[in-house]
Design a protein around this ligand. Structure first.
Ligand code: GUN
Ligand code: ZN
Length: 677
């Protein structure tokens, strides 16, 4: 059973906890590669000085050196390395490739048994490393050999966790096939192998394609290890791809050749006139000081610098995931090298809107970092969901108001919004044209509309994305006339795009808009009802809010903000509107109302009988008790938790998506907010 659980998610990136026989570790995690005898920095120091919780060493080197082998077999690998924390071992695959060793050099099954026998916490199969330059047929054969060894290895693992490496070179189809074939086997971890030469040649786009192709087919509850990724330049992006484990020999290799690692790239010590680093090594000396040392002392200091810097970057990655801001960190790092930037765009293209889970914090700002921001999966998902669910599509006047996206939209055209609010949707629809796309006024407070900070100087590619989104939304509406309030906003340009497909009246002042508004015809539904209906549609796909008894709802409005705070029916609160996200959280009664309106079916989690009492008491619904979950449920969604007979036990926030809830056997599936009382 996999010993892995998730604490938070940010798109594909995960903050997790992996339990081993020598303690549990937090992921994403970097394991420094240590040599059984000649590591400049001992495993104990790795933990005490640099905070590395787990190390990785090579079982082939141990097995092929008599004194290491004897100690490891008699006293265990922890004793050999003098380290009581978790130890992963590799199998010698890379040595076979790098030194072109003959096939007989390592027996694939014996090396797995050996790792088990020396007490490794995580062992690795002897996979076959494919050079990026070999023909596809050769890679295919390598993958087949790795799979055969994988099948023969799983039965040997005993109590050890076993890593089954996905090979497949630069061929996404072979990576996908390899992952599909490994998935049903009893592995605990899946490394992505064969990427070291790609990393050395800055072929990050190939790594992105290979990793995503594999990830798609691997069980979500097994950590993914990016084998040989030790340069901090790529940590943020690799975590963004869903990689959980990393190992680094780079810290030592680079130090040996006088090179310093930074999250922004590699620097040759010889070329420095300053030490642009705040690590303890660089803070306590000068560039002249380091250069004047004897080679061994210099190498040790560079080694330590490299360790401090890689450890710090991994902490930044974990922090960014917990804030839902990993894409921003990866985007900043992507400025360090054009190949990283290209890879980021490949990632954003491939990821599409496959995973648009709301970050755990849910309400953090999304800062513009460059052209990638418009392609943020959350922004794509936001626009798609509006296009899919917005309940008002037919009107007399469509009023388009460009807006730069600073908050809140309505403050900049309060007079117009006041008039829109007293008319019905059949009379006028007000839609803001923002850098993230079209935002109807009813949804202007929904995350991330107010949380995106774009500069007022958008470039062509941002405008293209915004106008494509706006046009896609507008094309779903039917209207008699379209009025555009021209304003000094970068999105004002989009008018030419919209007017090439629709007849648009351009006006330049609020007074003109007010004059053009159709006279009030109907006794319009209250603006609160209209807003609630739009949010219910956005959040739960409620198509007809009258089913929900919308006309009987009462609302309380915050005196401070003028916004809706609570939604009540028959005196009971059924929803709270969260100011930071603009979304509704149901109370228990709200959950019942959603179910009655048939709106809950995409948001249910059914738990086993054993969990019913716990959940009723408000304790989290744990993954191991999840019987089933609606396939569309995403992390961050409000979930309705039920028992096997369909009784609602309570409502809460999903921490995982549906497939993860089913796959994981540890950790929280839903944090309960309100339960049956
Ligand atoms: N170390 C670096 N790359 C690899 C790989 O592809 N497989 C294994 N087992 N170890 C590695
Ligand atoms: Zn330093």
């Amino acid at each position: 059973m996999t010993q892995f659980e998730l604490r938070a998610k940010d798109g594909l990136a995960r903050l997790g906890r992996l339990e081993t026989s020598h303690g549990s570790v937090t992921t994403p995690l970097l394991m420094p590669v240590v040599h059984p005898a000649k590591s400049e920095v001992s495993p104990k120091q790795m933990l005490a000085e640099f905070g590395f919780q787990m190390v990785i060493t090579n079982s082939y080197i141990i097995k092929s050196t008599e004194r290491f082998r004897e100690t490891a077999l008699s006293q265990g690998v922890h004793s050999l390395l003098d380290f009581s924390g978790p130890i992963m071992t590799d199998s010698g695959t890379y040595q076979m490739y790098f030194h072109s060793l003959p096939d007989e050099e390592i027996d694939p099954i014996e090396i797995v048994r050996f790792q088990r026998d020396i007490g490794s916490d995580i062992g690795t199969i002897l996979d076959t490393f494919s050079d990026p330059y070999v023909a596809k047929a050769t890679v295919e054969r390598d993958v087949a050999i790795s799979l055969d060894r994988a099948k023969r290895s799983v039965g040997e693992k005993g109590n050890m966790l076993l890593a089954g490496t996905v090979q497949g070179g630069i061929y996404p189809d072979l990576r996908a096939r390899a992952a599909m074939d490994l998935a049903p086997l009893d592995f605990d971890i899946h490394p992505i192998g064969g990427v070291v030469p790609l990393m050395e040649q800055y072929r990050y786009s190939d790594i992105v394609r290979a990793t995503l192709s594999a990830k798609k087919h691997l069980p979500p509850d097994r950590p993914v290890h990016l084998f040989g990724c030790g340069h901090p330049m790529f940590f943020a992006q690799a975590a963004l791809l869903g990689c959980d484990l990393f190992d680094s020999a780079s810290y030592a290799k680079f130090a040996e050749s006088g090179r310093m690692l930074f999250p922004t790239g590699t620097v040759q010590l010889d070329r420095l006139r300053e030490l642009p680093c705040e690590c303890p090594v660089c803070s306590s000396t000068t560039v002249e000081g380091i250069k004047s040392l004897d080679p061994a002392s210099r190498e040790l200091l560079l080694t330590k610098h490299n360790l401090y810097v890689t450890a710090a970057e991994m902490k930044r990655v974990r922090q960014a995931i917990s804030e839902g801001r990993l894409l921003e960190l990866a985007a900043i790092r992507a400025r360090s090298h054009p190949s990283l930037y290209e890879a980021l765009l490949v990632f954003l293209e491939l990821i599409g809107d496959v995973d648009s889970s709301v970050p755990s914090a849910g309400s953090n700002s999304i800062f513009y970092t460059g052209t990638e921001t418009s392609r943020h999966p959350l922004l794509k998902a936001f626009q798609n969901r509006i296009i899919e669910t917005y309940p008002y599509r037919k009107t007399t006047m469509l009023l388009l108001v460009p807006h730069q996206g600073d908050r809140p939209f309505s403050d900049t055209c309060a007079l117009i919004e006041d008039q829109v609010k007293v008319r019905g949707p059949e009379e006028v629809l007000l839609v803001y044209v923002t850098p993230i796309g079209a935002v109807p006024w009813e949804l202007e407070h929904v995350f991330p509309a107010q949380q995106c900070l774009f500069p007022s100087t958008l470039d062509g590619s941002d405008i293209n994305i915004a106008q494509e989104r706006v046009q896609r939304f507008v094309s779903t509406l039917s209207f008699e006339e379209c009025v555009w309030l021209s304003r000094d906003s970068p999105t004002d340009k989009i008018i030419s795009f919209v007017s090439s497909r629709n007849k648009v009246t351009r006006v330049s002042g609020v007074a003109e808009v007010l004059n053009l508004l159709p006279p009030q015809q109907h006794s319009a539904p209250s603006w609160t009802a209209r807003m609630i209906a739009a949010i219910l549609a956005y959040q739960w796909g409620v198509k007809d809010a009258t089913l929900f008894g919308l006309e009987h709802l009462e609302t309380s409005i915050s005196k401070a903000t003028g916004k809706i705070r609570h939604i009540m029916r028959e005196g009971k609160v059924i929803f709270t509107l969260v100011p930071m996200t603009g979304l509704l959280t149901p109370t228990y009664e709200g959950g019942l109302a959603l179910l009655r309106a048939g709106a809950g079916s995409d948001h249910t989690v059914i738990v086993d009988d054993d969990a019913v009492e716990f959940v009723k008491q408000g304790k989290s619904a744990m993954t191991r008790f999840v019987h089933s979950a609606s396939p569309k449920l995403k992390a961050g969604d409000e979930a309705l938790v039920m028992d096997n007979s369909g009784q609602l036990l309570g409502v809460g926030k999903a921490v995982l998506d549906a497939s993860e809830m089913k796959a994981f056997k540890r950790g929280v599936a839903v944090v309960m907010r309100h339960t049956r009382h």
